[in-house]
Design a protein around this ligand. Structure first.
Ligand SMILES: C[S@@+](CC[C@H](N)C(=O)[O-])C[C@H]1O[C@@H](n2cnc3c(N)ncnc32)[C@H](O)[C@@H]1O
Length: 220
């Protein structure tokens, strides 16, 4: 049974959620990327409605430069590229060489020109110093929150004024809203969410789609 703190996907409106999915159709290349990401690590790539929102955000910010942290097999990258400007460049990083290889395959299958994507092997701690502060329209975080919670200030610093940070997965299992849940992942999600919510330079929202998408735009 669902607890009061754990609304089902679609706000309890399964028909509505199914209808919304019609606006988030994955291409065959996206479906293949989803399969590869999952097969390699069992980790959850962005759900279709989350991917569609990432594409819309990339389009509304007129994104030319985007960073995907924890790129996995490239599914989020494909959604982002769908919304970015045609001359935009996506920087994707992952600490697992196999995932990065899978992302390369996904981009090749989707016929994304090599000039539009830069794939970097490494953790946020290793790669952040190589990225330009204020140089990105969007920074999209996925993967275990403990891996990037301590780098949140550095990740936020990458985003230009008017740009957007996203974090995917915070509502998974509904534990973030369960006061008795104290596992390290949930604690890390709470820390990330609180930091973003309390930062006056950001305009945040949590979208209860998929496993949850935290969106924060840097105010002018
Ligand atoms: C859920 S998958 C990402 C899926 C991808 N964002 C998508 O939606 O297509 C999480 C990824 O984070 C990566 N990851 C986990 N810890 C990391 C770290 N410390 N540094 C870089 N990548 C990491 C994993 O290798 C995995 O590929």
């Amino acid at each position: 049974m669902m607890s009061a703190q754990q609304p089902p996907p679609g706000g309890g409106n399964e028909l509505g959620a199914a209808y919304a999915d019609r606006f988030a159709a994955e291409s065959p290349e996206m479906q293949a990327a989803r399969h590869r990401t999952h097969a390699l690590s069992g980790s959850q790539p962005v759900e279709p409605p989350v991917g569609a929102v990432l594409a819309v955000l990339a389009a509304t910010t007129g994104a030319r430069s985007v960073v995907s942290i924890g790129s996995g097999g490239g599914l989020a990258a494909l959604w982002l590229l769908r919304g970015m400007r045609p001359d935009g460049v996506l920087t994707a990083l992952d600490g697992d060489p196999e995932q990065l290889r899978a992302a390369r395959t996904a981009l090749a299958e989707a016929r994304v020109p090599a000039s539009r994507a830069r794939l970097i092997f490494g953790t946020p701690g290793e790669v952040l110093p190589r990225l330009s502060p204020g140089g990105y329209d969007m920074v999209c975080c996925a993967g275990p929150p403990r891996e990037y919670a301590e780098h949140l200030p550095g990740l936020l610093a990458l985003v230009r004024v008017g740009g957007t940070l996203t974090c995917h997965g915070l509502l998974e299992g509904g534990r973030i809203a369960d006061r008795t849940a104290r596992d390290p992942q949930t604690v890390a999600w709470r820390e990330i969410s609180r930091t973003i919510r309390d930062d006056d330079s950001l305009l945040p929202a949590v979208l209860p789609i998929g496993s949850g998408l935290l969106v924060a735009t840097k105010r002018a």
